[in-house]
Ligand binder design. Structure first.
Ligand SMILES: [Zn+2]
Length: 265
């Protein structure tokens, strides 16, 4: 990750867990610039931590083995498979997204450390409905393009060669969808090819998170380098930092408080 360059030492978030959670490279790019005086920010970010799955979302990109492989041995991560999840909390920030019925407050990118084999399986299952019609059309074209053969086809009906191409595209798409479905069923034995079944996604779904835009199988994007700025990109150690307000209670202060409580008893 690029070095964080935090220059605004006057900022109320400076040096706090909230700032570390936002994980911006510099103060100029902070999404809360101009809003930092709002004390609700810390509560919102505490809520974000409370809505984390066990081990936090950082567990997905910090893993030294593929997080999509099922069973052992798991592959070595070569890239990150990414999709966004959204939550309706915090209510005061939630808004309806463009062209979507979904009301979104928090958004978090899930970045699955992914091995080469899992990536290949995901891409193949996604592209089969596109590959199949192309292959089928390429097979049909020589018959339609060859004048001698085309003449024979036109004897059936003038539009028959054209219909044959349309049929190859539509039929190819249907065949591709079916092949993709069967392939996914097979791949499901060795990996979480439908990420909605991943234990972390399932746990987040129980906590009210939903894939951004729809509940269908999320479309995964692949990236060599992980997203390293913004909410949800901070390392797991950040979530273990004391909450804002709590860090003022040093061990000495805590002792003092206990002594005071004893006196009042
Ligand atoms: Zn894998």
């Amino acid at each position: 990750m690029e070095q964080r360059n935090l220059t605004d030492t006057e900022c109320t978030l400076y040096g706090t867990k909230s700032c570390a959670l936002l994980n911006m490279p510099d103060c100029e790019k902070c999404p809360l610039k101009g809003r930092v005086a709002d004390p609700a920010i810390h509560d919102d970010l505490k809520l974000f931590c409370d809505l984390q799955p066990e081990g936090t979302v950082a567990k997905l990109f910090e893993s030294e083995t593929c997080t999509l492989c099922k069973g052992e041995p798991k592959g070595k991560p070569a890239s990150y498979a990414v999709f966004d999840m959204a939550h309706t909390e915090p209510k005061q920030l939630a808004k309806r997204r463009w062209l979507s019925k979904q009301v979104t407050g928090f958004m978090v990118p899930l970045q699955f450390a992914c091995c080469k084999k899992c990536r290949k399986r995901i891409l193949l299952s996604a592209y089969l409905p596109l590959i199949a019609p192309i292959v089928l059309t390429v097979c049909v074209l020589p018959f339609v393009m060859n004048e001698h053969l085309a003449q024979g086809l036109r004897k059936v009906a003038g539009w028959f060669p054209f219909a044959l191409v349309v049929l190859a595209i539509a039929g190819g798409y249907g065949i591709g969808k079916l092949l993709s479905y069967l392939y996914k069923r097979k791949a499901d034995a060795v990996m979480y090819i439908d990420v909605r079944t991943h234990p972390i996604v399932a746990e987040m779904t129980e906590k009210g998170w939903r894939p951004l835009f729809n509940d269908r199988q999320p479309h995964l994007a692949f990236t060599k380098h992980r997203i390293d700025k913004g909410l949800g990109s901070a390392n797991s150690s950040v979530y273990a930092m004391p909450d804002v307000g709590a860090e003022e209670e040093t061990p000495a202060a805590a002792e003092e408080n206990t002594a005071e409580e004893k006196i009042s008893d």
